[in-house]
Design a protein around this ligand. Structure first.
Ligand SMILES: [Zn+2]
Length: 61
């Protein structure tokens, strides 16, 4: 499974599993108990297109 690409600017996004791992490391220093309940896509905006499909974009977009 290749890395996902932002549909707005073409920037490569982190794979969900890698992104989750990064967030787990960050959150483990702040609130360990939240790592399992916080959505994976916090660092990448999730948009819903006209057809109802999820359209992923990078943070700046
Ligand atoms: Zn973008």
């Amino acid at each position: 499974m290749p890395a996902e690409v932002c549909r707005q600017c073409g920037e490569v996004l982190l794979r969900p599993d890698i992104l989750e791992r990064v967030q787990e490391v960050v959150w483990s220093e702040v609130a360990p108990k939240r790592t399992a309940s916080v959505p994976v896509y916090d660092l990448a905006q999730v948009k819903v297109g006209d057809r109802g499909e999820v359209d992923r974009s990078c943070f700046p977009c």
